[in-house]
Design a protein around this ligand. Structure first.
Ligand code: FAD
Length: 387
């Protein structure tokens, strides 16, 4: 068992940390409040090769794995810049296209994803289906060589920043109850594709959208892969990278919160000469949160290592557990940090309450804590399915 990063991974971590600190949480909050995007940070990360670490070198990427992308996600979040689109674009979309796209799709899309000049977002969630993906109602129909897509998607992140959206549709009628999914690379300006921004209680420069697809006409080569058989494996291919990188983002956010709070409680004095961190009522909850964050990081490391070794089934269990642990740890860490800072915790200046919405959402998306517990109950504990 090896707990050390390689020298290259260490270097990557230090370099991404430095980039994250150059921008910092103040920048992230300012962009969010202005309704703007973290374009400068994204572009610089792209130029430095951090967005494409997991993309093969022949397409301009770093040729490494999800371990490296998780490092990027964690370190930017630990600097106060948790970027959800890292999970959506390089983790999910790039993996799906690299593993299951055609040669032509790889050549067309991966270089732009690698240098950050392109983003591809991901649309699976639907208002009626929710957590039950078997009920997806977005249908893909053949019309000659073309495809026509009709349906609705909700909570889709980053549509306003992306050139394409990877849409999960079904090719069988939903009344059959059987999902034969197919993934399509849809231009965000395709005729028939409309979007409306959702008002979310999350302070973030990244937005969520409702998508309406009304007979969106796509050429045959918009279908991911050579045939419809690519659909199911392509859909599953995105899951482990998604779980692992979103967990890394949560762990980074947890680290950020514990660090901010510890700095504060070590110096804040309200009872004579002692810092408030001297009081165990203040220090223990922070120490507890630090333990939870570190435990989550261990599981993320395990999941990423298994995934990069091609051990997908084991990575699936570890990735789900890592996502669960990190989601809980991040929410605990931010809430504990707010409490430890007292009134300052609720100010914008101290930059912890600004993350409350984001970490709360991390227990719901991209997969809810309950659905992970269902997965563990069924696949690890051998329990029957209740739904
Ligand atoms: C900030 C944010 C960003 C998002 N970005 C994207 C995106 O980019 N692309 C995308 O496709 N989706 C995105 N989503 C959607 C997200 O993946 C869903 O919100 C999530 O999967 C839960 O689905 P739902 O909201 O429909 O909840 P529902 O399925 O309606 O569930 C509601 C509650 O019931 C619980 N529940 C449901 N079924 C069961 C069960 N069988 N057992 C126990 N509990 C159950 C759930 O855990 C949840 O707590 C995003 C969501 C958020 C909040």
């Amino acid at each position: 068992m090896n707990f050390d990063l390689t020298p290259e991974q260490d270097q990557l971590r230090d370099a991404v940390r430095a980039l994250g600190r150059k921008y910092g949480h103040g920048y992230f909050v300012e962009k969010a409040r202005a309704g703007a995007h973290t374009t400068e940070l994204w572009q610089e990360a792209g130029r430095l090769g951090y967005l494409g670490v997991n993309i093969p070198t022949e397409y301009g990427g770093g040729g490494s794995g999800i371990t490296e992308l998780a490092i990027v996600c964690e370190e930017l979040a630990a600097a106060g810049c948790p970027l959800l689109l890292l999970v959506v674009s390089p983790a999910i979309a790039a993996t799906v296209i690299n593993k299951h796209g055609t040669d032509e799709q790889r050549k067309r899309h991966l270089p732009g994803l690698a240098d950050g000049s392109q983003k591809i977002v991901f649309a699976i969630t639907e208002p009626e289906a929710g957590s039950n993906f078997h009920r997806l109602g977005t249908v893909a129909r053949r019309d000659g060589d073309d495809w026509l897509l009709t349906g609705r998607k909700c909570y889709i992140s980053g549509v306003d920043e992306a050139g394409h959206v990877l849409v999960v549709a079904r090719t069988e009628d939903s009344s059959t109850g059987k999902l034969k999914p197919a993934l399509f690379i849809v231009p965000t300006d395709a005729p028939g594709l409309e979007r409306s921004k959702l008002d979310m209680e999350i302070l973030s420069p990244e937005n969520q959208f409702l998508l309406y697809l009304d007979d969106v006409r796509l050429p045959a080569d918009a279908l991911v892969g050579e045939s419809l058989d690519a659909g199911l494996p392509a859909l599953f291919a995105g899951l482990n990278p998604e779980r692992i990188t979103v967990a890394a983002m949560g762990a980074g956010t947890g680290r950020y919160a514990v660090e901010r709070a510890s700095e504060y409680t070590a110096t804040r004095k309200v009872w004579g000469g002692r810092s408030i961190g001297t009081h165990q009522g203040v220090a223990h909850p922070l120490a507890h949160a630090a333990v939870q964050v570190e435990l989550a990081r261990l599981m993320i490391h395990k999941a990423a290592t298994l995934y990069d070794a091609g051990r997908d089934l084991e990575a699936g269990v570890a990735g789900n557990m890592a996502k669960y642990a990190a989601g809980e740890a991040a929410a605990l860490a931010v809430d504990t940090a707010v409490q430890a800072l007292g009134g300052a915790g609720m100010t914008t200046e101290y930059g912890v309450a600004t993350l409350l919405g984001a970490v709360r959402a991390g227990r719901i998306a991209p997969v809810s804590r309950e659905m992970i517990l269902n997965f563990v109950a069924q696949h690890v504990l051998g329990q029957d399915k209740s739904y």
